[in-house]
Ligand binder design. Sequence first.
Ligand code: FES
Length: 88
Amino acid sequence: MYICLCEPVTDKQLRSAILEGASTIRELRQKLGVVKQCGRCAKATLAILEETLSEGESHCDSCGNAATCGCAPHAATAHSSGNELAVI
Ligand code: FES
C-alpha cells in the first residue's frame, strides 16, 4: 500500500529501509523521500517506523525468528533483547 503519494513509497519499502538500518523519520526521508513535501504521510510513516522497530527488538539476531523461538543459539546463550530464556 502506498504510504507517501508525493514520492511514491509503499509500506514494504518503508519496512525494508527500517530493517536495513533507518531508525528515524529523517533517515527515511533521506533514503526514500517520504515526508519531504506535503507531509500527509508523516503519521503513517511514524506508525510503521515504531511498529517495525518494536518488532525488530523482539527478534533473534541469530535466526531472525521471534525471541522466544527456542533455536539452538537461544538454548545455549541468553538472548540480548531483554527476553532472556532460561538455560536448562
Ligand atoms: S504524501 Fe508524503 S510528502 Fe506528501
